[in-house]
Structures are given as C-alpha cells and as structure tokens.
Design a protein around this ligand. Structure first.
Ligand code: 4GN
Length: 246
C-alpha cells in the first residue's frame, strides 16, 4: 500500500517508522510512507503555512494554497488514484470497520492539521474523507494520522505473520477481546483458568467466546444493541453471566 502524509512536523512520523510492526512493514516493502512538509510549498521567505482567521477570534488557520500544493505534489508520486483523509474532531468516527475499509484501498494520503484548523475550502476541494478518533481535541493531526496508519497497516496482507491473529482478536467480530494468560500458571496466588490448561480446544474456544460476550455485555453494551446473537452465543453468554453471579 502507498501512503503519504502532509505535516509540518515530519520528524514525528519516526515514531511509526522507527520500530515495531509498521516499521517492518515499511522496511519490507509491504507499505510505503512519504512525508511531505507543506512549508516546502509556502510562497514567502518565512515559509508560512498559517494566517489569521477571517471573522476574528484567537488562533491561526492553516491556509489553503500551501496545503493544496503539498497534497497535489504528494499525489503525483502515487501509483494510482489517491484517497485523501483529513483527521479532525468533526470527522466520521474511526473504528475497526473504517480501518478495514481503508486497508482495502490502494493509495492513502493523510493531512495532519495544526493551529485552530485548516481553511474549509481546502477540505471541500481536496479531502475525500474526514475522520475522527473520538470526541477529544489534539494539538495536531499527526498523532491521529499515526493511529489510523497503525490500525490500517496491521490489516494489510503480509504485515502480521499470522493472519489468524487479526481474525480472532477484539473487534474482528465486533466484540471485546477475551482475557489472555501466559506463564507462570500461578502468579502470586492468582491461577490461570483451568480450562486453558486442559488441552480441550473446543472447550477453550467456547470459554473464550463466552468471555468475549460477557465482557462486551458488561463493559460495552452499546456494541450488542441491535445485534442478534446466535442461539449458541446466547447460551454461552447466559452460562458465563450465571457463573459470575455464583
Ligand atoms: C483529530 C485532530 C482531534 C482529532 C485533532 C480526533 C488537529 N484533534 N479526534 N487536532 O481525531 C485543528 C487542526 C484540530 C487539526 C485538528
């Protein structure tokens, strides 16, 4: 997958490209990331990309010309049609389904805004998709872009060693994850649930499914409303909730 970011803080993206799974995806050629600084497209000697807000008020606005030149330059180096994404609290809520949707596209260009916002005419003319991580405000779009890139990168075929790990995990089925345990079998008096040591793979799968359902029911009931559970899932959930009530 081809990706690029327009940002006035290109160095921030070393956090993503330096180490970890995404760094390896890039080094191995599964994904490319180009970072473009809109300051390189500023018209003045001071390389300004911001100006005062029409209508007054505090703070500066990222201006349309430098951002437009930057995204157009970035698109030239893409091997095909580019989807341009702007991260802001006004966007559509980003979730696992959105990550999967983006992972299905070939060329993604992100815009990381700064200051009080970017000129709306830039958003209208150059942006295909405005996405939000949630109802909170960051000082810049860079961290939000990196969150989305990370979530997308791990869904690309070839990024994670074992594709089953994205299928079984939390949100693959829109449920919270089941609890995980590793050695030692007893840690400071706390034991690993015995079913996980039983070697009975069907029983383990049922237990995990029941845990995922019960956790979702308790912690994120919003994920279960308007959802019809299979008879088996309903049984597993009932059993787990009854067991917990004992
Ligand atoms: C995205 C960007 C929050 C989000 C952002 C979010 C930078 N804050 N909830 N801040 O996904 C002014 C210019 C605000 C861009 C934007």
């Amino acid at each position: 997958m081809w990706t690029a970011v327009v940002s006035i803080f290109p160095e921030m993206f070393h956090a993503l490209t330096g180490d970890g799974v995404v760094a390896r995806a890039i080094a191995g050629g599964n994904m490319s990331l180009r970072v473009i600084n809109p300051r390189d497209f500023a018209a003045d000697r001071r390389r300004s990309v911001d100006d005062h807000s029409y209508g007054g008020g505090p703070g500066m606005v990222m201006t349309a010309p430098a951002l437009t030149d930057a995204v157009r330059e970035a698109r030239k180096s893409a091997p095909g049609p580019v989807t341009t994404v702007y991260m802001s609290p006004q966007g559509r809520r980003f979730d696992q389904a959105a990550a999967a949707e983006l992972a299905g596209l070939d060329n993604l260009l992100f815009v990381a805004g700064r200051y009080e916002g970017v000129d709306e005419r830039f958003v209208e003319r150059e942006v295909d998709m405005e996405l939000s991580l949630g109802d909170f405000v960051l000082t810049g779009g860079e961290l939000a872009v990196m969150v989305v890139l990370d979530a997308v990168a791990r869904l690309l075929p070839g990024t994670l060693g074992n594709p089953a790990s994205t299928e079984c995990e939390s949100f693959a089925d829109n449920l919270l994850d089941y609890p995980h345990y590793s050695r030692p079998p007893e840690y400071r008096g706390a034991e690993v649930p015995s079913v996980l040591l039983s070697g009975d793979h069907a029983a383990i799968a049922r237990w995990r499914r029941g845990q995922a359902l019960a956790r979702t029911w308790r912690r994120r009931p919003d994920l279960l409303v308007n959802r019809v559970l299979s008879a088996e899932d309903r049984d597993l959930l009932r059993q787990h909730l009854l067991q917990a009530a004992e």
